[in-house]
Design a protein around this ligand. Sequence first.
Ligand SMILES: Nc1ncnc2c1ncn2[C@@H]1O[C@H](COP(=O)(O)OP(=O)(O)OP(=O)(O)O)[C@@H](O)[C@H]1O
Length: 303
Amino acid sequence: MTKPLISIEALARRYPARGGGETTIFENVWLPIQKGEFVCLIGHSGCGKTTILNVLAGLDQPSGGAVIVDGREISGPSLDRAVIFQGHSLLPWMTVIGNIAFAVTSRHPEWGREKVRAHCQKYIDVVHLTGSEHKKPAELSGGMKQRVGIARALAIEPKMLLMDEPFSALDALTRGSLQDEVRRICTETEQTVFMITHDIDEAMLLADKIVLMTNGPGAKIAEIVENTLPKDRRPATMHKHANYYALRNHLLDFLVTRSKNFAAEIEGKPYDPRKPPVVRPGAKPVGVETLADDGSPRSAAIA
Ligand SMILES: Nc1ncnc2c1ncn2[C@@H]1O[C@H](COP(=O)(O)OP(=O)(O)OP(=O)(O)O)[C@@H](O)[C@H]1O
């Protein structure tokens, strides 16, 4: 296995507590992310998902640990790490192409007008907004605005795409088709993605790896679940696959029960936060492994 593109190492975030002392939101979070991997983070409200994403984006400083990208510790925001938030965050006075061009010229100030235009057009076409180039955000539906946000993030060709519940504000139909498109685009472009979601089906559709966080305070990574559905899964048919219910039930069971009882679950067992167990629900034989230093699965039983 190659060296990970991004390595989250011993990350912790603490805040001053009311009445003195500190509250530890999460601690000792270790996670390697390989180039081209789509990683989803799942956990209950307050366990620190957005904080971790903000640290990855360089928008927040950890209280301990570091994020290493390409061998170097990050120290602030960078166009190498593009963020797509829940809201579209478009500039309302600019057109679709203007919003995307603004980001592209920040990335490539040396590019001429025509090169920027052609580059923006490519990503407008990718997200199926051809014909809406000169519309302003107020003339677009919620789904279209979110598409512009996705095109803008992809157009700067970041090393990593960070998404914080990017589909949660959309209606079910738009959400489904946009999820499908994002999966297609990310697979085709081998985009490395780190995404937060509360939606199990969304994680199962999009992610190669689903990272399960225990409840806070003091949250930690409990497990890394490898997606056992086929690579060419689609929203309308993935429930027919033999592994679907094993995977879904595993995730659901974690959120309903194990996320709050995890400390008791691992008591007396060799849990190592540097190498959280890797599980493949439905895969035969059912594997329980740990991650080697480079992020590749390594056989070792914890039960
Ligand atoms: N500036 C701050 N001062 C004190 N506590 C904070 C601050 N910012 C965040 N927190 C706390 O950190 C914890 C984690 O917040 P975060 O937004 O990362 O959680 P989350 O898992 O993303 O939650 P959700 O799923 O609800 O978005 C929360 O308990 C929150 O109250």
